[in-house]
Design a protein around this ligand. Sequence first.
Ligand code: ITT
Length: 198
Amino acid sequence: MKRIVVASKNRNKIREISLALDSMGIEVLSLEQFDVPEAPETGDTFIENVYQKSYFYVKLIGLPVLSDDSGLVIDALEGAPGVYSSHFAGVGASDKDNIKRVITLLNNKKLKESGAAFKCFMMLTFPDLKGYWSQGELKGKVITKPRGAGGFGYDPIFIPVGDLRTLAEYTIDEKNRISHRGRALRKLVGILKGEADV
Ligand code: ITT
């Protein structure tokens, strides 16, 4: 069976990726199973961050590494929070704090919603340092009244194009089928399956 390490400390991301890969016979290990320091994540772009995380961990662990850098881009906020999505309301901010900041900024502009998109950059890196990257996007809008208890991050305020439900009202399977992360992942699965067993 193929094994990969998902280079993330975000348990919700790991859960979504594991669920998608389990059914393909790929065993997902998490960083928590290894005694490794935290990778630097100092880039101003998703792609810089995803490269940083991938190379840092593949060199330390020596197994194929899958890393994900993702975030929410909001039209009315000139693309914010973008690459700063995880700590938009400050270092250590919770998902609720981040959502509250988005709502406050939209309220300040007297807006009840804005066009938005989730973006995901993913990189699969092998111990010989061969790396493959992909990206996925989910278009929709953000609203100022959070709904739903599923998902994570900004899901309670994000409505995908063509739906009335927020992403927090989807099951994980439903979310994986359309999400930025699910899309980026499907593009890399062929590459992962084509490599020799590790
Ligand atoms: P790692 O770096 O350890 O993977 P992180 O949460 O810091 O964990 P990112 O730097 O990629 O990861 O930031 C992603 C943030 O973007 C995440 O914390 C959420 O706030 C938001 N986000 C990304 N994907 C999301 C999704 O599917 N649903 C809701 N919010 C999402």
